[in-house]
Design a protein. Structure first.
Length: 76
């Protein structure tokens, strides 16, 4: 069982209220997504650190309910 785009957005917004989020379902299976996320919280952090922030926001669903998420994070 995958996650719907709205669920992913809600989890990210909960952790990063200022985030501008764009998510695309790559395979139409609610399991393979691409996301572009812009947030001030990313400022001064490496891409690895930025991605860790997003994974933490997903509260352990990455790798379980969500199989693949290609991330593009932008300092905003």
């Amino acid at each position: 069982m995958g996650l719907k785009i709205k669920e992913i957005e809600d989890l990210i917004k909960e952790a990063m209220p200022d985030a501008e989020i764009s998510i695309e379902d790559l395979a139409g299976d609610e399991n393979h997504y691409s996301a572009t996320i812009k947030s001030k919280i990313f400022s001064g952090k490496s891409k690895v650190e930025q991605h860790k922030i997003v994974y933490k926001a997903l509260k352990g669903k990455m790798g379980t309910e969500l199989h693949a998420l290609a991330l593009n994070t932008i300092e905003g």
